[in-house]
Structure formats: C-alpha cells, structure tokens
Design a protein around this ligand. Structure first.
Ligand code: FAD
Length: 290
C-alpha cells in the first residue's frame, strides 16, 4: 500500500523504524525486531539505509520481511555516494519485490568531501525528480525543524525543502526534535512557504545515557533545559532514565496530536519495547481523527 493512501485515512498515523544491522553482525536479531514492531500494528515501517549505501541489499530484504508480515514498508535510499546506475538497479530491485514507498535522501557528506563526483547527485531533490518520473513510488523526504546542519539559515533551508516537495514528495518526516514549539514554528513556516504535504513528527525516546550524547551530536538537535535536567538527575540510574525518557516522548506526542499533527514517526532504534511502552500510554490517543 502507498503511504499517501494511509495518510488519507483520516486518522493520525503512527509509524516505526528499523535499521539494518551493520555488515557482519547478526541478521537474525532483525527478525525479532520486525516481529516486535509488527506486533504494535504501526501504520507503516520505515527501513533505513546505511551511510554511503552500505546496506542497500539488507534494506531491500528487510522490506521484504516486513511485507511478508502483512505490513507496509518504506525503503530509505540515499544518493550522495551513488551513481545513476546504482540508483536504477536499487529501484528496479524494490519494484521487483513489490515495495511501493521510497524515502529519498541525500545522505551525509563524508568528512572532507565537498563536491560530488562526475554523474553523482548533489541534493535529494535530484533523486526525488528521478523517482517521480518513474511514476511508481510514493516518495517521502526528510525535513529539519531545527534547520539542517549545513543550511545557512532556516529560510534558505525551507526554500530548498519546497523545491524538494515540488519535485515529487508526497509527505515529509522530520528529524528528531525535543521541543514541540520548534515543530509548530516549522509547520507555520512550511505552510507560509507553500508546503502543503503531510509532515510527520519524528520522535526519539531518549532512554539511555549514550543516546543523549549521540542524538544531539548526530542530529544537531539541541536538548531543551527540561530534558537536560532529566539527564543530569537520572543519568546514573538507567531504569529511571528510561522511564523519564518514555514519559517525555509520550507527553510530546500527546501535545502534538492535540495540536493537529497528522502523523507521529517513532525513531524506534531497533528497540520495539520502547515504542511498545509509548503506545501503551496512548492506546486511545492512537485512534484520534485528524
Ligand atoms: P537535502 O534535502 O538534499 O538537503 C541537504 C542540505 O542541502 C540542506 O541543508 C538543504 O537546505 C541544502 N539544499 C538542498 N537543495 C539545495 C540547493 N538546490 N542549493 C543549495 N542547497 C540546497 N541518512 C542515511 O544515511 N540513511 C537513512 O536511512 C536516513 N534516514 C533519515 C530519515 C529522516 C527522517 C531524516 C530527517 C534524516 C535521515 N538521514 C538518513 C540523514 C540524511 O541523509 C542527512 O540529514 C543528510 O545530511 C541530508 O539529507 P536530505 O535528504 O535531507 O538532503
């Protein structure tokens, strides 16, 4: 099923994420993760793509496993380190498997690389244009309520986001953010810029001390003082820290749904138990109409 159809169901969508194991690690664990997530009946499951395309085969095969369990997957795909031929091969593979949704990304620039090689992509919008021309996929794109780390300012970032949407994105999913006011301000600016596709809120439950350090470092998303206090108080008490992280994410989600957000995407980090605890807290809220 296409995600654009799911998003037209009139209900708030709740999606989860799986990332492929690194090459050489145990792929069997992924089956457990897929089962754990499928048991939560998310609206769809996104399957990420390793940096520089390192997991393209695994991403496709996890999508296959998701579909075998009767769920809808969206295959992530980055283009920065790919040639047009590699992109073509991957999209043909996804089509052969019956995958109908692609999340089109640029990918992070490897350190020291500023210019693409000959025939390579520079921005995700180029990939979106090519995928849209195939006329087979529902295409999603990434967006950044706090601004993308490379953008000079938020206005420029949103102008490029508009180009990406116009190239053929049916919906956007945000980078994680921890302050809902940042999201509301972003939604306002997006509408003002003429972006009218559904924007799904990316929520990352911070449940371990190492996640606090990594999430801020990887996403460029600042921690609000309230979350900082949680970390300071509970960082040496793993269970308390996890409990507070689940409660914080739950509260964020309730506020977002109450204020009309169309979809919630949980950065599950291959820990279905975290999404399960959040979903337990919002069993009735999950049935909310948009
Ligand atoms: P783009 O949309 O190309 O934007 C990148 C930067 O270029 C922005 O600063 C933008 O303002 C600027 N820009 C765009 N167009 C122009 C233009 N015409 N002129 C000048 N500047 C321009 N990474 C992975 O490797 N695998 C994943 O599976 C993955 N999943 C993700 C899922 C989500 C929801 C998000 C938010 C990110 C994900 N990422 C993933 C990370 C992503 O690859 C990086 O954030 C990357 O740096 C940017 O990708 P993008 O698709 O947003 O790029």
């Amino acid at each position: 099923m296409k995600i654009s159809e799911i998003l037209q169901s009139g209900r708030v969508s709740f999606s989860c994420e799986i990332f492929p194991p690194k090459t050489g690690t145990d792929i069997d664990h992924v089956d457990e993760v897929i089962d754990g997530i499928a048991a939560l009946s998310p609206s769809f499951i996104s399957v990420t793509y390793g940096a520089s395309g390192s997991t393209s085969k695994t991403t496709a095969s996890i999508c296959e496993k998701v579909m075998a369990r009767g769920m809808t997957p969206i295959a992530h795909m980055t283009c920065l380190s790919s040639t047009r031929d590699e992109v073509h091969t991957y999209t043909e593979k996804l089509t052969a498997l019956g995958v109908e949704n692609v999340f089109a990304l640029r990918g992070d620039r490897p350190a020291g690389v500023t210019e693409p090689g000959p025939g390579q992509y520079r921005y995700a919008s180029q990939l979106v244009t090519e995928l849209a021309a195939l006329d087979r996929f529902c295409i999603g794109g990434a967006c950044y309520p706090d601004g993308h780390v490379e953008a000079h300012d938020k206005a420029e970032d949103i102008a490029h986001l508009k180009e990406k949407v116009d190239a053929g994105c049916s919906f956007l999913t945000t980078q994680m953010f921890f302050d809902n006011d940042v999201m509301y301000s972003f939604l306002y600016r997006a509408v003002k810029a003429g972006i009218h596709v559904p924007i799904l809120a990316g929520i990352m439950p911070l449940t371990t001390a190492s996640q606090y350090a990594r999430s801020a470092q990887l996403s460029g998303t600042p921690l609000p003082p309230r979350l900082r206090s949680i970390y300071d108080k509970f960082k040496d008490r793993p269970r308390a820290l996890r409990e507070a992280g689940i409660a914080y994410a739950t509260e964020q989600i309730i506020d977002l749904v109450a204020n009309g957000v169309q979809g919630i995407h949980i950065y599950t980090m291959n820990r279905p138990e975290n999404a399960a605890d959040i979903f337990k807290n919002i069993a009735y809220i999950r049935k909310t109409k948009i």
